[in-house]
Write a new protein. Structure first.
Length: 180
């Protein structure tokens, strides 16, 4: 009987100590409340940045791209294009663009692959550059492209024009120009 009384006493003391250590006071003291009211909420900087993490698209994603520009520089064929995530929700993670070159006899003669390392957010634009070894104009008559991403397929849509991608440096310059 004595042991049971001791167990109950120890349990009440433990619960009392835990509730005072964890629970504490739920409302701030009056001095802190007055200090918080003195600072208006309007002075807090408004964050206009997009969230850092946007859930990736699973399945088919919509991607717009401009007509590729192909140039020969030395012993390389350089193809550039601009792509844009046309989705309103969801990022395209692991975007991969494959370029295949064919000769006049429909034989594959080479190609290149480009990957976008960062997820391409909704409405975000980026430039892609594909570099392939140059084999001569008689061997490289036409090319084709294959778009894919880490979580599915891409429905690529050709667009006439896509605005230039915005870099962080440009964002900083715009902010300083507005403040002057």
């Amino acid at each position: 009987m004595r042991r049971l009384d001791f167990v109950w006493l120890a349990a009440f003391v433990t619960i009392g100590m835990l509730s005072s250590a964890c629970g504490g006071e739920t409302t701030p003291p009056p001095e802190e409340t007055k200090a918080e009211e003195a600072q208006p909420a309007a002075e807090a900087p408004a964050s206009t940045e997009a969230p850092k993490f946007i859930a990736p698209i699973r399945g088919e994603a919509q991607l717009g791209y401009t007509a590729p520009e192909t140039n020969v520089e030395g012993k390389e064929v350089i193809t550039t294009m601009r792509v844009k995530n046309l989705a309103t929700k969801g990022a395209i993670a692991g975007l991969k663009i494959d370029e295949f070159w064919w000769d006049s006899g429909d034989n594959a003669v080479g190609g290149a692959t480009a990957r976008v390392r960062q997820p391409l957010g909704p409405g975000e634009v980026t430039d892609i550059e594909l570099r392939t070894g140059y084999l001569g104009s008689s061997k490289m008559t036409r090319n084709s492209y294959n778009f894919s991403h880490a979580n599915g397929t891409i429905n690529a849509v050709g667009l006439d024009e896509i605005e230039a991608p915005v870099t962080e440096e440009e964002d900083g310059n715009e902010d300083s120009a507005e403040s002057e």
